[in-house]
Design a protein around this ligand. Sequence first.
Ligand code: ATP
Ligand code: LTN
Length: 329
Amino acid sequence: MQTMLSGIKPTGRLTLGNYIGAIRQFVEYQDEYEMYIFIANLHAITVAQDPKELKQNTKDLIALYLASGLDPEKVTLFLQSDVHQHAELGWILTCHSYMGELQRMTQYKDKTAKGETGITAGLFTYPCLMAADILMYDADYVPVGVDQKQHVELTRDIAERFNNRYGETFRIPQPLTPKIGAKIYSLQNPTKKMSKSEENPKGTIDLLDDPGVARKKIMSAVTDSLSTIQYDPDTQPGVSNLLMIHSSLSGESLESLVSRFQGKGYGDLKKETGGIVFDFLSDLQSRYRDIIASGKIDEILREGNEKASRIAERKLRKVKKKLGFQILK
Ligand code: ATP
Ligand code: LTN
C-alpha cells in the first residue's frame, strides 16, 4: 500500500477552503492509502499565537478532522509537537537546504515584498520542517491545496540531494492537488485565497460558523455586473468561486451547473449555493458536537502519537547513522 501524509496548522478557525482544498481529499483517500494526518502546531508558531487560542484551535481541528469523516481505524492522527523527531529531522534538513531556495518560497517572498515586519526566522526555514514531516514517513503522496505545492517540490529537491550525498534514505514524494477546489477564494475579494487568517470575516466561511450566518455570507458575496453565469475565473472570479463551492460540495459538475443556470440570475445561484453550504455545515457541526461529547479525542490522539513516534524514531536513527552521528554501539 502506498503512503500519504498531510497536515494543517491550528492557526485559526478552519475554513471552507481548508475543507474543500485539503480535508475532503484526506477522507476520500483513506481507504486506498496508508495515511498519516497531523496537526502542524510547530508550523503554527512561525507567527505569534495566543496559547489559549492555540489549544482551542488544536482541539477543534482534531474534532473537525473526525467530523469530516477521517476514521482513526484507518488513519494515524497525531499532534506534531508530540513526535519530537520532527524538530530534530527538521534541523538536519535545514542544514541541507540553501538560502536561495528558501528565499524563492512565495509565502516568505510575499511577506517580505509587502514590507511586513516581525518575520521570524522560523517562517523562513519552515519549508525544511515541512520536508521533515513528509520524508519521515516515506510518503508517496502529499494532498495539499495549490498554495502548498511549491513546498512539496522543494521537499523533493532536498530528498534527492540527501539521497545523492548519503545513499538511498528518503522516498521522493509527489504533491496531489484536487482537480476541483484546489483554491477557494475570499467571498469579498475573489482574487484572494480564502484563508483562516483573513481579517474580513465576511469573506471567509468558517466550518464552525452558524449555518445561517454562512448562508448570509454567500448571499452577499461579491460578483460582477456581467449578469451571466459562466465558469471563467479571469473575467468572473466571484461567480466562478461560487460555482466551485457549489460543485465541490454538491458533486454536480461545473458544466452541468453552468447549463442549468443559463438565463438565471446571480441571486438564484447564491440562494442554491447558500442552501448547500447551510446543509453541509449543519451536518458537519452536528457530528463535531457528538465527537466533542464522546470524550474519545484523547485516546485517539494518544494512539496516533505512539504509532507516529515509533515510525519517526526508526527513520531518524537511519538518518543519524548516515550522517555519522552514531558512535555508541
Ligand atoms: P493561514 O491563513 O493561517 O496561512 P490557511 O487557511 O492557508 O492558513 P493552512 O493551514 O495553511 O491554511 O492550509 C491547510 C491546507 O488547506 C493546505 O493544504 C492548504 O493548501 C489548504 N487550503 C487553505 N486554504 C485554501 C483555499 N482557500 N482553497 C483551497 N485549499 C486551501
Ligand atoms: N505548511 C502547510 C502545513 C503543513 C503540511 C506539512 C502540509 C506542515 N507540514 C506536511 C502537508 C505536509 C501549510 O502551511 N498549510
